[in-house]
Design a protein around this ligand. Structure first.
Ligand code: AVJ
Length: 331
């Protein structure tokens, strides 16, 4: 417990109550629209984060392997480029940080002077990651933040004391709508200083079956992961969802270039959510949109950098060219 307090920034982290209130607000808003939706960030409670760790191990979910492969191949040039001067290594949506560990280990071996600041919406993810790194690298300075991306950027804008190196890995950017992604990156650019770096992961467009399979694994872990959002509503908001009355469906939307994930009602039903004092009706076949995972071409990535105040330093691909970690510098 004492370790937790020293490495988790309590004052800036969102407390459980605030998060719960936001959750209630966003669920009410999302389920009241003609096209129902729930923001995907709420998938990541303790159970959701655990299930996502399992997803990263799945044979079908190529993204993690590709990104590990890319970081492993290019870790020398990445660490040479970012330099050894004192820096903040800030990770947005750190999760279990296993990919980042490749980089952290390498930087430590080469005596880079940095502190690591993982930011994640899941408290358990930040606590576990911080403990795990603390145990393995006692000399590494860690400052974890439990919060969402936007609060994370607000904190980031205060970090002017040294060079910032922001990690936004895993193609987490793919969860934003295209215009939201641009706004977010502009905001991120404004939160850092000229000369700071952003290492950002993009899952690239590829064979459609390969992409679809990554979100439809044989063991059904992805289904459990997405459906967890309904269990979370039941647990935290007094929802009365019968999980057997919804099925997970995800598909490639060729026009928008994204895998879109949905929960589809398998019957006509009415679901009460006690803390919202509201019942929601679902017709048989009605859809709750839960997540979009946009896929990119390298041209799209370049355009995004250009439009948001960055310059591409280099693109680091994996062996199969499935994924790119792109190193950008703030200009
Ligand atoms: C963590 C957002 C990158 O979109 O691929 C995995 C989440 N959803 N399987 C993704 C996810 C279903 C993942 N990201």
């Amino acid at each position: 417990m004492s370790i937790t307090h020293s490495i988790i920034q309590q004052d800036l982290s969102l407390d459980a109550k605030t998060l719960r209130r936001q959750f209630a607000h966003d669920v009410l808003k999302g389920l009241s629209q003609p096209h129902k939706s729930i923001p995907c960030k709420y998938i990541y409670d303790e159970r959701g984060s655990e299930l996502f760790c399992k997803i990263m191990e799945l044979p079908e979910y190529y993204l993690t392997d590709c990104e590990k492969n890319s970081l492993d191949i290019h870790k020398d040039v990445i660490s040479d480029t970012i330099g050894r001067g004192h820096s903040n290594l800030i990770e947005l949506g750190a999760g279990d940080g296993m990919k980042t560990k490749i980089l952290i280990r390498h930087l430590l071996e080469r005596d880079h002077d940095f502190r690591y600041c993982p930011i994640d919406i899941s408290e358990s993810a930040v606590v576990n990651l911080s403990h795990c790194l603390n145990r393995e690298y006692p000399a590494l300075e860690i400052k974890g933040l439990v919060t969402d991306y936007f609060q994370g950027l607000a904190w980031l804008s205060q970090q002017n004391n040294s060079k910032n190196i922001v990690l936004f890995l895993g193609s987490n950017i793919g969860n934003f709508l295209p215009h939201e992604a641009i706004d977010f990156l502009k905001h991120l650019r404004e939160s850092i200083n000229k000369g700071d770096y952003l290492l950002i992961g993009f899952d690239l467009k590829k064979d459609i079956n390969t992409m679809v399979r990554a979100y439809n694994d044989a063991q059904g872990i992805t289904e459990q992961f997405i459906i967890n959002i309904l269990s979370r509503i039941n647990r935290e908001l007094g929802g009365e969802f019968d999980l057997d009355c919804f099925r997970y469906y995800s598909t490639w939307d060729a026009l928008s270039g994204a895998i879109k994930s949905y929960l589809i009602s398998t019957c006509d039903q009415k679901v009460h959510i006690r803390h919202l004092k509201t019942s929601f009706t679902f017709n048989h076949g009605e859809v709750i949109h839960t997540e979009s995972s946009y896929k990119f071409t390298t041209d799209q990535c370049s355009l995004m950098a250009e439009e948001t105040g960055f310059e591409i330093v280099e693109n680091y691909f994996d062996d199969r060219n499935y994924f790119v970690d792109s190193l950008w510098i703030a200009i």
